[in-house]
Design a protein around this ligand. Structure first.
Ligand code: ZN
Length: 736
């Protein structure tokens, strides 16, 4: 019992002690609040205010090869009002009015609103009055305040009752950056843009996001025992600047010409559609892989990526319809870079690669001859496939160069047979088809499953591949590979950024051209240059030649598979100038909006011509070919001058003949007179196809029905082209 009582006593004592301590603490808190409340409040507020003020970093700029700004982060300011400082200064509130007036006068705020806000929130420390104010406006305000206060100080020297000054501590400016693209739509697909929180989206902005981003700084503030504000600043680290290989002038020319084509043909065949589903152009330096220009249509405004006002109402409606009724998705569709993010069947431009690999292997030689009767047959019985030349009566007995010039499918298939499946695939890989080029832009698509492999390539697949059908490529892959054909055989990795600078302009990194491998010998490269010049001099590409210049190239027409109706992708891929190739240019028009898409290569050629006519003089490449009167007139109308020197004109008397021949006959090879005797249907007067008797144009030997396919069964009925992927299987299409 005794023990129990002792324990009870101790418990009561401890409880009483705890209670006393608690009462004391409560009393202490109350006295602190009473005596020092104001100061504590101030510290709490100042911590909210100054404890974690972020100093934003400046994102690096993007420049073209000549230093022209393509993207930069403009310093702008938020205007902050600190009511507490204003209402607690030693002027008894008299400084409030002149301060309000200064803000209203210089920054355009409403004085009445300001007065009300200060009345209602006299202790507010952080109120954003304005956002995105320019440096000029801030400077203007600060100068005004300084002059005003100096003036008052002068007057106060003689006055008994002092006039109030503007409280310049109550208004301060918070740094912000706004991403700005001076070119607007210029090079939009290559540059990309940033999200509100500064993350790069698409193009260079996304690919180089880490380089362009910096690190935010911080400003720490605290009040000392004397109630003075102390600050510690950790400065921001700004992002790096990119110097690119883009030439703004060439880029601008490409965009303007692409736009002209698309506006000219908008709604021409398919109502409410643009001049094409896509049009893309790449201009590349063949000796370094540097991209000088990369442009596509449709395009968008980097300063306002959601804006679609540059398109007609009908076009916008059609775009939304194609995006399954989703307007947002339709807008986003414009941001995709056609030149690297979409694939298609390249068609006849690929004949250059087939011929080059055969020459490089030594299975054919310059001057070898091939016989074209208009078609080749494969397989037996039900599985017979007939692949035709565009010219249904055949191109006759032709050499390798003529096969390229006339774009003869039969000769190419015969060459492909000599190359064989294994070597074809090996070279295709060396040319980088099926692989990413690793160009330094975000969004390059994978094409590994869009080309044939050992397992999937049979005889027919090899045959169609020789002329660029059945497999898919991207534009960037194709022009990079083509550059190697005309530069001595050296494959360069395509790239856009040449140099990375820090924010003082010092070089952080130089990005040198990357030669990955030699794909064909220099001798083969020389032959390919010669063959491609032939294509423009007398073959399918005559329309691509700009006045006064000689260039080389290859046209392409590819049927787009799995679309029901036959649609086409038409293209021209070339180099200039002929005597000393420096640049490659690749023009692709995807589903041109014209009545006869199949003959749309002329539009690709004309677009190339239009671009080179302005780009070559700009690059100080002089004319070598005499100008016809029509060409002289054309240049005059364009406001351009001949850069033809007297010497080169007389030196080139040999090429004068071919030049005048060209202008006399603007024929494409597909339109040439056939070599085999034509059967004419006496009742209709039309020529007849020797296999399926469909009517042909008697002048050209080309079928009148534009849906007629070069892929046929044994009876001449159209069949599908075997594809490296299944275009019908939506989920398996890696192009999505
Ligand atoms: Zn042929």
């Amino acid at each position: 019992m005794q023990l129990q009582q002792n324990i009870m006593k101790k418990a009561v004592l401890v409880s009483a002690g705890v209670l006393l301590l608690f009462v004391f603490l409560v009393w202490r808190v109350i006295t602190i609040m009473r005596d020092n409340g104001e100061q504590y409040k101030k510290q709490v507020l100042s911590q909210q205010q100054y404890d974690s003020v972020i100093i934003p970093y400046q994102r690096g700029a993007i420049l073209d090869r000549n230093g022209t700004m393509l993207a930069y982060s403009e310093r702008v300011y938020n205007v902050i009002l600190d009511c507490h400082v204003l209402t607690n200064d030693n002027s008894d509130g008299k400084s409030t009015e002149p301060t309000i007036n200064a803000v209203a006068k210089c920054l355009g705020c409403n004085a009445t609103d300001l007065r009300l806000y200060i009345q209602d929130n006299p202790e507010a420390r952080y109120h954003i009055l304005l956002k995105n104010v320019s440096y000029e406006s801030m400077e203007n305000f600060q100068n005004y305040v300084a002059e005003y206060n100096a003036d008052i100080a002068e007057q106060n020297k003689t006055l008994e009752e002092k006039l109030p000054k503007i409280n310049d501590k109550a208004i301060w400016f918070e740094d912000q950056f706004r991403r700005t693209y001076p070119g607007g739509t210029l090079a939009c697909h290559m540059i990309g843009f940033t999200t509100k929180d500064g993350q790069g989206q698409y193009g260079l902005e996304e690919y180089y996001n880490d380089e362009l981003s910096g690190r935010n700084g911080r400003e720490y503030g605290y009040l000392t025992a004397e109630n003075a504000l102390e600050r510690t600043v950790i400065p921001a680290e700004n992002g790096h600047t990119l110097v690119t290989s883009i030439d703004s002038y060439i880029q601008r020319v490409c965009e303007e010409k692409i736009r002209n084509y698309n506006l000219e043909h908008a709604g021409e065949w398919r109502e409410n559609e643009m001049g094409s589903d896509n049009t893309g152009v790449i201009v590349m330096d063949i000796h370094s892989g540097e991209i000088l220009a990369m442009a596509s249509y449709p395009y968008f405004d980097l300063n306002d990526p959601w804006d679609m006002s540059m398109y007609s109402e009908g076009e916008v409606a059609r775009m939304i319809e194609r995006a399954d009724g989703d307007a947002e998705k339709a807008s986003q569709g414009l941001w995709k870079n056609f030149c690297i993010s979409e694939s298609y069947e390249p068609g006849s431009v690929c004949k250059t690669f087939t011929v080059a690999m055969a020459l490089d292997m030594g299975v054919i030689h310059d001057g070898d001859r091939f016989s074209c009767h208009g078609y080749l047959k494969f397989g037996e019985g039900e599985h017979t496939t007939t692949i035709r030349c565009h010219q249904r009566y055949g191109d006759g007995d032709i050499d390798v160069k003529t096969a390229v010039e006339k774009s003869c499918n039969v000769a190419l298939m015969l060459i492909g047979q000599k190359v064989g499946k294994e070597n074809f695939l090996k070279y295709q890989k060396n040319f980088n088809f099926g692989l990413r080029t690793n160009v330094d832009l975000a969004g390059e698509m994978r094409t590994a499953s869009l080309v044939f492999n050992e397992r999937t390539m049979g005889v027919t697949e090899l045959m169609t591949s020789t002329f660029g059908q059945g497999f898919n490529v991207t534009m960037i892959q194709t022009i990079a590979a083509y550059s190697s054909l005309v530069n001595g055989g050296y494959y360069y990795q395509p790239h856009v950024v040449k140099q990375i600078l820090d924010d003082n302009g010092a070089v952080v990194e130089n990005i040198e051209p990357k030669m990955l491998r030699q794909v064909v010998s220099e001798h083969v490269s020389d032959l390919m240059i010669d063959y491609c010049i032939g294509v423009v001099d007398e073959g399918t590409g005559t329309r691509a030649r700009p006045a006064g210049y000689r260039i080389g190239g290859k046209t392409g027409t590819a049927e787009r598979s799995g679309q029901g109706k036959r649609d086409y992708t038409v293209s021209f891929m070339g180099f200039a100038p002929a005597d000393d190739p420096q640049i490659a240019i690749y023009v692709v028009i995807d589903r041109p909006n014209v009545s006869s898409q199949e003959h749309g290569t002329r539009y690709a050629c004309l677009l190339c011509r239009d671009i080179l006519t302005e780009v070559l003089p700009y690059m100080h490449i002089f004319m070598t070919e005499p100008l016809s009167p029509a060409e002289e007139k054309e240049l005059e109308e364009r406001g351009q001058q001949s850069t033809l020197s007297e010497n080169s004109a007389s030196e080139n008397s040999a090429s004068e003949n071919s030049a005048s021949e060209n202008s006399a006959s603007e024929n494409e090879a597909e339109e040439e007179i056939p070599v085999v005797e034509i059967q004419i249907d006496p009742s209709s007067g039309m020529a007849l196809d020797p296999i399926n008797h469909e009517p042909l144009d008697p002048e050209t030997g080309v079928p009148l029905d534009e849906e007629s396919s070069i892929f046929q069964d044994e009876n001449g009925n159209a069949i599908d082209i075997p594809q490296a992927y299944d275009p019908g299987a939506e989920t398996d299409d890696p192009r999505e």
